[in-house]
Design a protein around this ligand. Structure first.
Ligand SMILES: Cc1cc2nc3c(=O)[nH]c(=O)nc-3n(C[C@H](O)[C@H](O)[C@H](O)COP(=O)(O)OP(=O)(O)OC[C@H]3O[C@@H](n4cnc5c(N)ncnc54)[C@H](O)[C@@H]3O)c2cc1C
Length: 385
């Protein structure tokens, strides 16, 4: 088999890249996945979308991505297939004076980069999240541009649009290795035979590391288990995703469009641990700090709990774009827990790298593998959904 572009990985990154390439006129695209569409981290995510980060690179890329989420939700785009960006905002609560000071500095940075975050006092916080007990809050950082989108609607919308535009999606087709010679990748070897292509895009989440190793490129990724739970459904209670900045492990709660609450928190974990290694202690550990803000949670039943991987890079920023050794392979991986929200801008950037030779957003050029090889890591403090 042969294609102009072969994308390895049918998570939200691979589908967004395929969709964006079709919009830019590329016709012959194949997307392969070892399992089924969304089976990696994507369908396990908490669906949060925000530009309130602490590094310039994340803020700028996510500002573009938020604009694209809005575009994609229009009926003439993926909205016609059900994708809806629910722009209900994010609030980050601070219980300590030093956190309020940090928030002030972050608001200055975010505003200077065009993201209209602001500090709100406890009364305003109560207005944004009426069922919240706010007595212990000193203040909150409010990001009105942030939001969420239902992951299965989003995946389905990308999938249907790709199929209509002629993208071939091959599920249950694992790529065992890449084959390269003369500075170019020639083919992907799968259990169903070889796929040759002019351009290869590796958007294979945690599988990206092994694939790149097969052509001698080290991509330092770790699969870090993350846990999340969902409760029974209620009528809409509040819109923003709420994160406790000071509790440690960034506990958060968000209500889905169906009315369920998704609750998560970082707990100590070993990279590469099996996704079947259940941590029942996660449930009280995550609920306790959230129940401090929402005491009524004690009447709410947890329906389901699951694990997924944050595929992390050394500096918790994505690894994007070309690698020096090969002229026709591009990376889109290492999002460290933010690949869902970044997906629209990921599609735009990778399409630009492939078709124009460079991305139109200068900050993206700082996110290639080269920064890691040269030890020029970028700091991000707000690592959470
Ligand atoms: C609990 C949890 C909560 C999260 N919350 C958020 C959030 O709120 N907001 C946010 O932005 N992000 C969040 N994330 C992160 C987000 O889910 C990921 O960053 C994102 O889904 C990455 O998408 P992807 O398409 O790059 O990777 P994936 O969805 O992992 O897709 C990669 C695909 O590649 C396939 N693959 C791998 N190896 C091969 C191979 N050799 N051959 C063929 N196919 C292969 C896999 O089967 C997989 O389907 C969360 C993650 C978890 C686990």
């Amino acid at each position: 088999m042969r294609a102009d572009v072969l994308i390895i990985g049918a998570g939200i990154s691979g589908l967004s890249i395929a969709y964006t390439l079709t919009k830019r006129g590329v016709k012959d695209i194949v997307v392969v996945d070892a399992e089924y569409v969304g089976s990696g981290s994507t369908s396990r995510c908490a669906t949060g979308i925000r530009a309130s980060f602490t590094s310039e690179e994340h803020v700028v890329l996510m500002k573009h991505s938020v604009e694209l989420w809005r575009e994609l939700s229009k009926p003439e785009e993926l909205g016609r297939y059900g994708l809806a960006f629910d722009q209900g905002g994010y609030v980050w609560t601070a219980s300590k004076d030093e956190s309020v000071e940090l928030f002030r500095r972050l608001v200055t940075l975010q505003n200077s980069l065009g993201v209209p975050t602001r500090i709100v006092d406890p009364d305003k916080l109560k207005g944004l999240v009426p069922t919240m007990k706010v007595d212990e809050a000193k203040a909150a950082l409010y990001d009105p541009t942030a939001g969420k989108s239902y992951v299965f609607d989003t995946l389905n919308a990308y999938l249907m649009a790709c199929r209509r535009k002629g993208v071939k999606i091959m599920e249950f087709t694992s790529v065992r290795k890449l084959v390269a010679s003369g500075g170019r990748v020639k083919a992907a070897v799968t259990e169903r035979g070889e796929i040759e292509a002019d351009t290869f895009i590796v958007a294979a989440g945690g599988g990206s590391k092994e694939l790149m190793e097969s052509i001698g490129i080290e991509v330092p990724l770790k699969n870090l288990p993350r846990h999340v739970m969902i409760t029974e459904a209620f009528k809409p209670v509040f819109s923003p995703l709420v994160i406790d900045w000071d509790a440690g492990g960034a506990p958060f709660i968000v209500q889905t469009k169906e009315g369920n609450f998704i609750i998560g928190r970082e707990i100590a974990e070993e990279p590469e641990k099996s996704l079947k290694s259940v941590r029942i202690d996660f449930i009280p550990t995550a609920i306790a700090p959230i129940a401090k803000w929402f005491p009524w949670l004690k009447y709410v039943r947890v329906m389901r709990y699951w694990m997924g991987y944050y595929v992390t890079s050394p500096d918790h920023h994505p690894i994007y774009g070309p690698v020096e050794e090969y002229e026709n392979v591009y990376l889109a991986c290492g999002y460290s827990g933010h690949g869902y929200m970044l997906a629209p801008v990921t599609g735009k950037l990778i399409a630009e790298w492939v078709l124009d030779g460079r991305p139109s957003i200068p900050q993206a050029e700082r996110l290639t593998l080269r920064r890691i090889r040269e030890g020029k890591l970028i700091e991000e403090l707000a690592i959470v959904g």
